[in-house]
Design a protein around this ligand. Structure first.
Ligand SMILES: [Fe+2]
Ligand SMILES: [Fe+2]
Length: 186
């Protein structure tokens, strides 16, 4: 069984001279080597969409944080603020990866909302805000899933980063669902 798997995969033989030669070419590209398998321009483009999505989420959570009012406002506001800060962390990670891929992070406020996958909904009351945030998290979960599937094995570093972010968006969605359940009981 083990031999068969080995046979199928082929031995790990690398032409080190060739790798060294290629590494010397285009050193201005930094981390992007000739061996980079993904379509760099497309990856930068989708990462810029993810960046816009995260920034819109930061703004929406910040708005909700400052506008939260009512009996349960304090606990919910604390959750909004924590999410805002975590989305900002995601935005920074993504921008950093874009520059590693020789791209430029698009932080232009113009067109931000059309680049973003999630929407900016202000919401009317506390419950409405939480619902809108949950919708936005679900949008983010689906679009990160799609990006991860698109990357496959072509860019493991970007993929790993996106998988980490996706896991946190899932936690956010779960937090919000719990909040909705708790508030509806009272
Ligand atoms: Fe995020
Ligand atoms: Fe999130």
């Amino acid at each position: 069984m083990e031999d068969k798997a080995k046979e199928k995969k082929g031995p790990f033989v690398s032409d080190i001279e060739e790798i060294r030669r290629r590494a010397r070419m285009h050193i201005e590209r930094g981390a992007v080597t000739e061996g980079y398998k993904a379509d760099r321009a497309t990856v930068v483009k989708i990462l810029n969409e993810a960046l816009a999505t995260e920034i819109v989420c930061v703004l929406r959570y910040k708005r909700h944080y400052f506008m939260a009012s009512g009996i349960h406002a304090q606990a919910v506001a604390a959750e909004f603020l924590q999410h805002a800060n975590e989305e900002q962390g995601h935005a920074d990670q993504i921008a950093q990866r874009i520059t590693q891929l020789d791209g430029e992070p698009d932080l232009n406020p113009k067109g931000l909302l059309s680049r973003s996958h999630s929407e900016y909904v202000e919401g009317t009351d506390l419950m409405d805000m939480i619902r809108e945030d949950l919708v936005a998290e679900r949008v983010a979960i689906d679009s990160y899933g799609e990006m991860i599937r698109y990357l496959g094995n072509d860019d493991p570093t970007t993929r790993r980063m996106l998988e980490g972010i996706l896991a946190m968006e899932e936690e956010h969605a779960e937090d919000l669902r719990t909040l909705i359940e708790t508030l509806s009981k009272e």
